[in-house]
Design a protein around this ligand. Structure first.
Ligand code: ZN
Ligand code: ZN
Length: 321
């Protein structure tokens, strides 16, 4: 099914608003002051560039199994923080959690070093509202691959958090604090990794690691891979893969991206029906974040995972039929 007809039922495009309802997609003319390429904020983007460059230190510090395992483990845990919490919870409110668990989810997402939960959710809601139009800050269709992948986050105008987009979240002071101080958790993680590496070097020298090696693998490499995997959903998931649903945007489904991002690669499914906690709709559409959320619901840490709505199932049958 590769039809590109506009979606018959625009309600399926809903994104949460402050009132919790659906807001229709609005397309406005792009002001001349918001041209792509304008206003790269070099003063604020250089730590990000240093982080990427510091991956080259692997040639200096070498590697050890424990450092690589830490890198992979932190990738997986923090990707879950991004996909399950920053995306499916904070941006789309597709399940419920208690306030304590909400904060834990925010900390997990913040550890990914992709700024604060309110910033992330506000920009993501804008993405759904204006997908693949000039108002979409990271559309590869409207602005090109590299802008969608990395350029937009370096841009001065995209640094601020538009609290009007996330009034439902901004009423929690702990989330506002985390949003204002979005480097606290990444630096705490880096400090913890350096200490961990130093401890292993001191008390378990046979593991062959040290503080610097743990910092480079556990933080630099893991965080850089995490960034590019997440960014690939903004860039590649609107360019490669299969279009199954006739959404107005150009989102696509890709198994490779889904495996890389714990389920986010079923991006056409997600744009078709952003209000559900699952992104893999069929049994073979592997969605590890959703499986983990189901497991968390069994132990009572998350509640009310929103299923695919009946009207979406009806629409799916109509399209497939
Ligand atoms: Zn998208
Ligand atoms: Zn989304």
């Amino acid at each position: 099914m590769t039809s590109a007809e506009p979606l018959a039922n625009p309600e399926l495009h809903d994104v949460p608003t402050a009132a919790g309802g659906a807001e229709p997609r609005v397309e406005l003319p792009l002001p001349p002051s918001r041209r792509v390429g304008e206003g790269i904020d070099w003063a604020r983007i250089w730590p990000f560039l240093v982080l990427q460059a510091s991956c080259l230190l692997v040639f200096v510090v070498g590697w050890s199994p424990v450092a690589v395992i830490t890198c992979v483990a932190l990738y997986l845990v923090r990707m879950f923080g991004i996909t399950a919490f920053y995306h499916r919870y904070f941006s789309h409110r597709t399940f419920r959690v208690g306030r304590g668990m909400q904060f834990v989810g925010a900390l997990l997402g913040a550890a990914a070093t992709q700024r604060g939960p309110l910033w992330w959710a506000a920009h993501h809601r804008q993405h759904h509202r204006h997908s693949d139009t000039p108002q979409d800050a990271h559309s590869p269709i409207a602005h090109g691959f590299w802008w969608a992948h990395i350029g937009w986050i370096a841009c001065r105008r995209n640094y601020a958090t538009d609290l009007d987009q996330v009034r439902d979240l901004a009423r929690f002071p702990e989330l506002r604090w985390l949003d204002r101080n979005d480097l606290v958790v990444p630096f705490a993680l880096l400090g913890g990794l350096l200490l961990f590496g130093w401890g292993l070097e001191t008390w378990a020298p046979s593991l062959g690691t040290d503080a610097l090696q743990m910092g480079v693998w556990g933080f630099s490499v893991s965080t850089t891979l995490l960034f590019h995997a997440t960014a690939s959903i903004n860039s590649l998931a609107h360019l490669i893969g299969k279009r199954v649903w006739p959404t107005k945007d150009k989102s696509r489904n890709s198994m490779a991206l889904a495996l890389l991002t714990l389920g986010e690669g079923w991006h056409n499914n997600h744009h078709w029906c952003p209000g559900t906690a699952r992104q893999g709709f069929r049994w073979w559409e592997i969605d590890l974040s959703y499986y983990a959320l189901v497991a968390l619901s069994w132990v009572g840490l998350v509640h009310d995972l929103r299923p695919i709505p009946a009207r979406a199932r009806d629409e799916a049958r109509r399209i497939r039929g």
